[in-house]
Design a protein around this ligand. Structure first.
Ligand SMILES: [Cu+2]
Length: 97
């Protein structure tokens, strides 16, 4: 019986630590995106960024030449998002807050 309690005492903090990691709040970043000319550009970027692991939302504006992206910081970095958009032929750069 003591062994079972010890096991619970060891596993419980691990369980909570795991939960805390999963529920990390999403980070929101704004990227300036140059080179978009039409709605297809917007849709292309939105589609590609949304497919990245950990991205919860992506709003691209042709008018404002920017993209606002919410993502899980434990799964992805702002640099990886920037790189993905650049791969599509645009010029993305992380805006300073
Ligand atoms: Cu276009």
């Amino acid at each position: 019986m003591k062994k079972a309690l010890l096991l619970i005492a060891v596993l419980l903090p691990l369980f909570f630590a795991g939960c805390a990691k999963e529920s990390l709040p999403p980070e929101t970043i704004e990227l300036s995106v140059k080179g978009m000319t039409c709605q297809d550009c917007v849709d292309g970027i939105t589609g590609a960024v949304t497919q990245l692991p950990g991205v919860s939302s992506c709003t691209v504006s042709l008018e404002d030449e920017n993209a606002v992206i919410a993502f899980a910081p434990n799964k992805l970095t702002a640099e990886q998002i920037e790189k993905r958009i650049n791969q599509l032929g645009f010029k993305a750069s992380i805006s300073e807050h």
